[in-house]
Every structure is written in structure tokens, then in C-alpha cells.
Design a protein around this ligand. Structure first.
Ligand code: BES
Ligand code: MN
Ligand code: ZN
Length: 501
């Protein structure tokens, strides 16, 4: 898709734009107040004012007004998007407007003109980034298993963005480049998560990581069972033991050209299918468990964009990839596993497997890599969804300044999250009579006790944990996210570690 940025000289310029559709986000539906709407209304001899009144279009964020222009404007269709909101033009708004604009098009439309008001010179790069990202993300389709007609992709070839005279088209175009790189990362994440689980096994995930490393010039190490045994990763290996697919420990390294600002580890939960193991899930509970590697997919999508955007930090991406299956060889309830840190864990539920895989990856980051900061993303608990719903992730951190940076980044990208407390008293439920701890605690506060379990393996490092069990997956088309894997987390990490200069 091509993106063209132009500034207008007068509001009436929109009248002559040749396109399949002109889409205008509207903050105030008063034709007398909005100069662009005024110009259009004049050209349409008062028809716009009448349509706004008849259709009760009040520019609310849920409303839109769309009609054929019958040759009276340069564009075949005109769409007004309700966009009234107290905030100004922010990244996530423009991403949403672009997505709504594209959804409003007839399937044959090739050229869309988007008229963005209120974009200053300083906003231009963000606007360009958001348009490019929004367009790519909303037109994403996972269609490799579709036959025939359903495979039809959007016909859209070009998005022309009209900006106010004070905006910078150069900055917007540079922003669009960045937006495409980030959206490509998010779409990589979506592809990995949408893939069927028999295909996207630990071995395949390691191949994907290896290819990515080769393309981007990243360091890449893949450890097999023997090597993980030598490191003492008994918790991670315990989880993978029941499957015919052998676990793989994947480590990618990105080093900036100049001395790194800091060293960061990004750890993604990578259970390629979570049947629950011997504590087996119900059919309903197991239905989406191919998505249990969504954290791993997010950190892979993130590092692919971070490398292209020349992130100033050294970034280590770690995936302890395993399949959680019941078999004669599975880890059992009552087993005691010893992880790489030396701590022992009594298993009281084989379905609380994610924390076991993550804990060994965290010890690896703490002991082997000497990183300053550790961020893990994991589809860890159903409890996080009970607490926050299915579109908001739960954020836990032992460091207020890292938590604040993550919250700020999430507001910009729209990867929704909410900070939760690491309440020490809930740790009681993880106490074991025979080992250092148990792997699962009380049903109540389950996302908190899971986070407290992880905290045992973080040493004195600055750490954040994002439980993304809900938002890994969209139950229906929403905003710029088509139904299915959302790509949650990839853009968030990019915004956090390589913000626009
Ligand atoms: N992968 C699941 C968590 C999950 C649930 C992700 C629903 C996405 C949607 C995790 O491994 C799990 O099974 N967690 C258990 C923990 C319990 C056994 C302590 C849960 O949430 O029920
Ligand atoms: Mn589980
Ligand atoms: Zn799981």
C-alpha cells in the first residue's frame, strides 16, 4: 500500500480530491463551525447540513455518516467519522480513525483520501506513523487456510492523507515508514499466534527465530533438551516432558551499533499448545490454547521492528518453548522440579505450566546475561481476565518508574493494560510442605499469585510482568484488530524501547 502526504491550501481543496472515497474525522458536526464541512455543504447545496440533521449525526465516536456524492465532489463517496473526544490528535486515535475509514470503504475502492485536521508540524510524524500502521493492521488477514473467494484481499492501493498547511509532509512520510515497520512486527506476531498448533511447535518456533535472526543480523542461540539439562532448567523441561515435540530454548540478541544505553531482556511465554497436561483442560478451556505462545510471538515481532529502527538498547529475546501435553511421560502432580536457580517447586497443578517455563528463562536472564531490566509477556492466567476483562492486560512490576514508562507506552499504542498489586500476603498460598514452593495457589487473586511466583526468580533486577491472557486474542473485529490473534504487546515494546526521536 502506498501512502501520500499532502498539505491543503484552503479547506475547499477537499472538494476536488479524486478518490474512491474521502473520509473526514469530525470533532464537531456543526457545518457553520467546521470550515471543511462548510465548503462541502456549499458545494452540495445544503445537502450535507440536511443529512447531518436527518441522520442525527453528532460526531460521537461511535457514529459515521456516509453517502455517494453523485459527481458533485471529486470523490465518489464522502464519509464523516464521528471523532469527538476531549483528547487531541494522538497516535492511537489516528490509528483507529484510519482503520474505521478503511472499514467504511466498498470492497472495490482503490484510493482513499483521509483528511486529518489538527495535525501540527510536531504531530506530523506521529500522524504518518499511525495512518500507515492502522492501514496495515486493519487489512491484515490470516488466509493461508482459506480457499476460493474468502481469500479476497482489500483492493486498496493508495491512501492519500491531506494535512493542514502547518503540518510537515516529510515528517509524516518518515513516520509512515516507521509505522509500516512496527505494523509488520505486529503482523508477524499475529501470523505466529494464528498458526495451527501442530505446525507452530517449539521446533518450528525456533526455525522462525533463526530465520528472523539471519535476516536482521541478530545473534541467535537455540538450546535443545541436553543443553537445557546441563543448565539445570528442570522446571522448563518438566513442562515439555509429556510431548513428542521436544522443547527448545530460543535466545536472540540485538546489539546497537554504538554502546548500548542499557541491556534489556524480553521474555515471552511460549507454550505452543496448553492442553493443561495431566490436569487436563475441558474442550472449551483448551479451544484457544494455540495462543499460549502469544508472549513469545510478541517479543519476536518486537525485536524484528526494534532491530530495523535501531533501538539504542541491547535487547535479549528469550523463549522457553514447550508443548504442555498429557502422556505416560508427563510431569505429575506431586512431582518436585528443581529449576536453574536451584529452587524446588512442588507441582499441584500441571496447568500452571507457564510460570515454570518463564522462571527458568528469568534465571537465565539474571545469571547469564547481566541485563538491567527484564520484561516478560505471558498468557499466564484466566484470573487476569476475571479481574480486567478480555481486552486489558494485567501489569505487575517491582519498579514504579518502569511501570510508568510501560503505562505511558500503552496509552500511545492502544495495547491496553492496568497495573495490579504484588500483594505479599497472597504468597502464603504458594507455600509447600516439602519443597520451596508450590506452582499454583488460591483461585482468588490467581493472576497476583502467579506474578508473586515469578518474582521469586527475578533477584534484584528491575522487572515487569504483563499477563496478556485476555488481549492476545480478539473475539470480534474491533478497531484496527481483525478477529483472531491481536498481535498484542509487539507495538507496546517497540514504543517502550525505541520511541520516535
Ligand atoms: N495458558 C493458561 C492461561 C490462559 C487462560 C490463557 C485462558 C488464555 C486464556 C495457563 O497456563 C493456565 O492454564 N492457567 C491456569 C492457572 C491455574 C491452574 C493456577 C488458569 O488460569 O486457570
Ligand atoms: Mn495452563
Ligand atoms: Zn498456559
Amino acid at each position: 500500500m502506498k501512502f501520500t502526504f499532502r498539505t491543503w491550501e484552503s479547506p475547499s481543496q477537499v472538494l476536488s480530491e479524486k478518490a474512491d472515497a474521502v473520509v473526514i474525522p469530525v470533532l464537531d458536526a456543526d457545518v457553520g463551525v467546521d470550515p471543511v464541512l462548510g465548503a462541502i455543504d456549499g458545494q452540495l447545496s445544503g445537502y450535507l447540513r440536511q443529512a447531518i440533521s436527518d441522520e442525527q449525526f453528532a460526531a460521537k465516536a461511535t457514529q459515521s455518516l456516509s453517502f455517494h456524492t453523485q459527481g458533485k465532489l471529486g470523490a465518489t463517496r464522502l464519509t464523516l467519522l464521528g471523532a469527538s473526544k476531549p483528547t487531541g490528535v494522538v497516535q492511537s486515535d489516528v490509528k483507529l480513525w484510519t482503520a474505521r475509514a478503511i472499514r467504511s470503504l466498498p470492497s472495490t475502492a482503490k484510493v482513499l483520501t483521509l483528511c486529518l485536521r489538527g495535525v501540527s508540524a510536531a504531530d506530523s510524524a506521529a500522524a504518518g506513523q499511525s495512518v500507515a500502521a492502522g492501514a496495515r493492521l486493519v487489512t491484515y488477514q490470516f488466509d493461508k487456510y482459506m480457499s476460493g473467494d474468502r481469500k479476497k484481499r482489500s483492493a486498496l492501493e493508495e491512501v492519500i492523507v491531506l494535512l493542514p498547511p502547518e503540518a510537515s509532509t516529510e515528517a509524516a512520510a518518515a513516520g509512515a515508514q516507521r509505522g509500516q515497520i512496527i505494523a509488520d512486527g505486529v503482523c508477524l506476531t499475529r501470523d505466529l499466534v494464528n498458526e495451527q498448533p501442530t505446525e507452530m511447535c517449539p521446533r518450528r518456533l525456533a526455525e522462525v527465530a533463526t530465520d528472523l535472526a539471519q535476516r536482521l543480523g541478530l545473534g541467535c542461540t537455540v538450546l535443545g533438551v541436553k543443553e537445557c539439562e546441563a543448565l539445570g532448567m528442570g522446571m522448563f523441561l518438566g513442562v515439555g516432558r509429556g510431548s513428542v515435540e521436544e522443547p527448545r530454548f530460543i535466545h536472540l540478541t540485538y546489539k546497537p551499533a554504538t554502546t548500548p544505553r542499557k541491556k534489556v531482556a524480553l521474555i515471552g511465554k511460549s507454550v505452543t499448545f496448553d492442553s493443561g497436561g495431566l490436569s487436563i483442560k475441558t474442550t472449551e478451556g483448551m479451544l484457544w490454547m494455540k495462543m499460549d505462545m502469544g508472549g513469545g510471538a510478541a517479543v519476536l515481532g518486537a525485536i524484528s521492528a526494534l532491530a530495523q529502527l535501531q533501538c539504542p538498547d541491547e535487547v535479549h529475546v528469550l523463549l522457553a518453548a514447550a508443548e504442555n501435553m498429557p502422556s505416560g511421560n508427563s510431569y505429575k502432580l506431586g512431582d518436585v522440579l528443581r529449576g536453574m536457580s536451584g529452587k524446588t517447586v512442588e507441582i499441584n497443578n500441571t496447568d500452571a505450566e507457564g510460570r515454570l517455563t518463564l522462571a527458568d528463562a528469568m534465571t537465565y536472564a539474571v545469571d547469564k546475561l547481566g541485563v538491567d531490566e527484564i520484561i516478560d509477556l505471558a498468557t499466564l492466567t484466566g484470573s487476569s481476565m476475571v479481574a480486567l476483562g478480555s481486552t486489558t492486560a494485567a501489569l505487575f512490576s517491582n519498579n514504579d518508574s518502569l511501570a510508568t514508562r510501560i503505562i505511558d507506552a500503552s496509552t500511545k499504542t492502544g495495547d491496553d493494560l492496568w497495573r495490579m498489586p504484588l500483594r505479599d500476603r497472597l504468597f502464603d498460598s504458594l507455600k509447600s510442605d516439602i519443597a520451596d514452593m508450590k506452582n499454583s495457589g488460591d483461585r482468588y487473586g490467581g493472576s497476583i499469585s502467579a506474578a508473586l511466583f515469578l518474582r521469586e526468580f527475578i533477584g534484584d533486577k528491575v522487572w515487569a510482568h504483563i499477563d496478556m491472557a485476555g488481549p492476545v486474542h480478539a473475539e470480534k473485529d474491533v478497531g484496527y484488530t481483525p478477529k483472531g490473534a491481536s498481535g498484542y504487546g509487539a507495538a507496546l515494546l517497540v514504543e517502550l524501547l525505541a520511541p520516535r526521536q
